[in-house]
Ligand binder design. Structure first.
Ligand SMILES: [Zn+2]
Length: 138
């Protein structure tokens, strides 16, 4: 649960969460309307149909939540590590290590171990293997 993985899953879960909140709000409204209709002596059909809508939307919210959890679980498995390439501009030595928080392209790091006077530079940040086709977000 670090860096890139969080970014990709958060993006989806924020969207899904707002969708779930919307559906939950709808179901709450439907149930309140149903209760109101019941206490105001409306025909029982009105109460029952509003209750049905309320519980259907509630079930829908649960379904979306379930689906998104499964999707996030899949994403976690498929996420590949992010790598950072470090280069010395003078002797052109290239090293690769795992991405660390705070890495960005053209960031200067500690001096090169070979020539000692040129600072090493981050030249690339990328995923280890070519990504598969991206899943559409919902
Ligand atoms: Zn060097």
């Amino acid at each position: 649960m670090l860096n890139s993985k969080e970014v990709s899953t958060n993006k989806i879960s924020t969207f899904v969460l707002s969708l779930i909140y919307l559906v939950l709000a709808l179901s709450a409204v439907a149930i309140f309307v149903a209760l109101g209709a019941y206490y105001q002596g409306e025909p029982i059909e009105t109460t029952l149909s509003m209750l049905a809508i309320g519980f259907l939307t509630l079930a829908l919210a649960g379904y979306i939540l379930f689906q998104s959890r499964r999707r996030i679980a899949n994403l976690k498995i498929e996420t590949l590590p992010i790598l950072t390439t470090i280069e010395c501009r003078k002797c052109n030595i290239k090293t690769t290590r795992e991405f660390q928080r705070g890495d960005y392209v053209f960031k200067e790091l500690e001096p090169c171990p070979k020539c000692q006077n040129e600072k090493q530079l981050i030249t690339a940040i990328y995923r280890e293997v070519k990504e598969k086709e991206k899943n559409p977000v919902i």
